[in-house]
Design a protein around this ligand. Structure first.
Ligand SMILES: Cc1ncc(COP(=O)(O)O)c(C=O)c1O
Length: 299
């Protein structure tokens, strides 16, 4: 991965290579950490972070789920992200805030006030090719919502995603799609999913997914563009009978799905997907004034 010179840690900048932690740090063993993935884009008014406050609100919500006592406020964390970008001179790329239990303690009730907050950033261009991705239905199910707090972005949840992605090794697939414990479509390993049926956008309802900030943006954007949207339970067959499908996520942005297992979407990348992808690109680049409140500028 590309690196940048500085990482923000508990209110100060440390050089990237010195941003280290002890091997017996609690979160390293048990996965009880929380994080965010945020993007910043170069707009014609300079660098801007997309939906910064929403991401940092989710970060603090996730930290609250793990009973972490974070000593920075929402405003302070938002400012810290902007300062990290400025310090590194980064105009476009990816931002990774992380909060972890920092004690060297192997007990299972880590001290709630012993948490480190770090913010790193680095360039991370398009995650998937624009033409679309070949998707495999995973043999793993999304984590049961009663086994965790599924709408929190908890580090340990990503073992489920990593296992699903590891299944793709040695195949032609680009990404995994996981069903929930009842067999309904849940989400990609690190994306939410939409399909388009007769110009209506369908997406799995909340309950077994991480309700993504990009998903939320697309629901608003689609509505504003005149598309009907429905959040509902979807079976794999519903997906297969749709004309188009696409993933959304901070990392993947809006990416067409070319196929799921042997089912090929003949239109991919379909017209509705392309319309939304293009408009999303304009939105994050600050070219649509009605969505300017989504952008935090790095002046
Ligand atoms: C499991 C999962 N679902 C959905 C998403 C999309 O969320 P967002 O749009 O907030 O990035 C992510 C993003 O990392 C994810 O990890």
């Amino acid at each position: 991965m590309e690196t940048t010179p500085w990482i923000w840690r508990n209110g100060a900048f440390v050089p990237w290579e010195q941003a280290q932690t002890h091997l017996l740090t609690s979160t390293l063993h048990y996965g009880a950490g929380v994080f965010e993935g945020v993007r910043c884009y170069l707009t014609n008014q300079g660098a801007a972070v997309f939906r910064l406050r929403d991401h940092m609100e989710r970060l603090l919500y996730s930290a609250g789920v793990l009973k972490m006592e974070v000593r920075f406020t929402l405003d302070e964390l938002c400012t810290a992200v902007l300062e990290t970008l400025k310090e590194n001179g980064m105009k476009a790329g990816y931002i990774r805030p992380l909060i972890y239990f920092s004690e060297q303690d192997m007990g299972f009730d880590p001290k709630r006030d012993k948490v480190d907050v770090v913010i790193a950033c680095w360039p991370w261009a398009e995650y998937f090719p624009a033409e679309g991705v070949r998707v495999k239905l995973s043999s793993y199910r999304r984590i049961h919502p009663q086994s965790t707090v599924i709408d929190a972005k908890i580090s340990g949840h990503y073992v489920n995603s990593i296992l699903a992605i590891q299944e793709l090794r040695g195949t032609d697939y680009d990404e995994s799609l996981l069903l929930d414990h009842e067999g309904y479509v849940a989400e990609g390993a690190v994306e939410n999913i939409f399909c388009v049926k007769d110009r209506v956008l369908l997406t799995p309802q909340k309950g077994s997914i991480l309700p993504g900030i990009t998903r939320n943006t697309i629901l608003r954007l689609a509505h504003d563009l005149g598309y009907e949207t429905r959040e509902m339970k979807l079976l794999p067959e519903d997906l297969f009978s749709a004309q188009e499908a696409f993933f959304t996520g901070t990392l993947a942005e809006v990416v067409p799905i070319a196929s799921v297992d042997a089912h090929v979407f003949p239109l991919a990348p379909g017209p509705v997907t392309q319309h939304l992808r293009r408009t999303y690109g304009e939105l994050v680049a600050g070219r649509l004034s009605q969505y300017h409140s989504y952008l935090s500028f790095c002046h």
